[in-house]
Design a protein. Sequence first.
Length: 147
Amino acid sequence: MTDNIDFETRVRGSFAKQTIMATLGAEIAAVRLGEVEIVLPYSDRILQQHGFVHAGAVATIADSACGYAGLSLMPPDAAVLTTEFKIHLLSPAKGDRLRAVGRVVRNGKSLVVTLGEVFAETGGASKQVALITASMMVVGTGTGLRD
């Protein structure tokens, strides 16, 4: 499933269509074949009541990093759709920014299994705050779904 020559342009183009990412202020930091990094700068607009980044925002960037890691390996006529994920919130998410790294663990014909980690970063220090496993369904373009 790696005949997708221009995977980085495809991933970045699809990411740009996700209005939730713009709403949160998240950006793609890196795209590698089978691995994507998304960063989320600190903002007081995405906090929960104790001053930590809300778990929903953490899960959102982790899920997207995993999904785009999967998309980077898919052929041009396929799209990705999350079917399931489990997230472990290891520590409160607080820092100058969060960085989610999604990687493909198994690249199957119809199902892609991924692993993601989220780190809180402040002044060069990094602390892991979440771990996610996610399954992604490979969807053909005949379904009406777009990248």
